[in-house]
Design a protein around this ligand. Sequence first.
Ligand code: ADP
Ligand code: MG
Length: 224
Amino acid sequence: MNIEAKELSKIYGVGENRVAALDRVNLEIVSGDFISIMGPSGSGKSTLLHLLSGLDQPTSGSLTYDGKDIYRLGDKELSAFRRQKIGFIFQQFNLLPVLTARENITMPLLLDKKQPDEAYLKQLAELLGIRDRLTHLPHELSGGQQQRVAIARALIAKPEIIFADEPTGNLDSKSGNEVMELLKSIWHSMGKTLVIITHDRQIAQMAERQFMIIDGTLSEVNAK
Ligand code: ADP
Ligand code: MG
């Protein structure tokens, strides 16, 4: 799917508390793109990713997926669209602590009353190196393993698009590099669209298109 954001803005608060977190952002994402977005803390990175993925609504501007304005969908339709088309990876993993790794991974499918594709689940677990950890609870896993479980959860519904908000931000550099290499190989081998936010220049440079965001304003760094 191709994604087009036009003049996307997000204002939080009013009066003295008014914050323009995002200021008229224009961005076209073509199916198969690998995009990185860098920027200082508080520059609007998470806000942008949440808007692009339909997790939050803009104050103004539009967002289309293959020409369809997703903010015009009803809540239920939008949630279903997100579960089927979009995988989201958080900095804090966001695993449910009382569920095993396997249960966390298959959770999004249960919401759609779907059964997991066992062969695909096995393939993912193998690829991500968590096959012998599927019956473990999150607290029994290392940070890197928890993030790999979260990646499997983001991929289980076979979404076309993966958004990752500082996926290595809570990891040491070794596990962070492993997670990035995995994401890149998934993008490459499965033909996904990957949009990743990072603080890390080296990670940003792994992408094909690099963007910077400063005070809510987005610009492309060096088109290859
Ligand atoms: P980043 O991810 O780049 O660190 P964010 O997108 O989280 O930045 O935040 C951008 C700006 O918007 C910051 O100034 C932040 O304080 C503000 N902001 C984010 N979320 C809210 C909110 N729910 N209410 C008010 N201000 C917010
Ligand atoms: Mg953030």
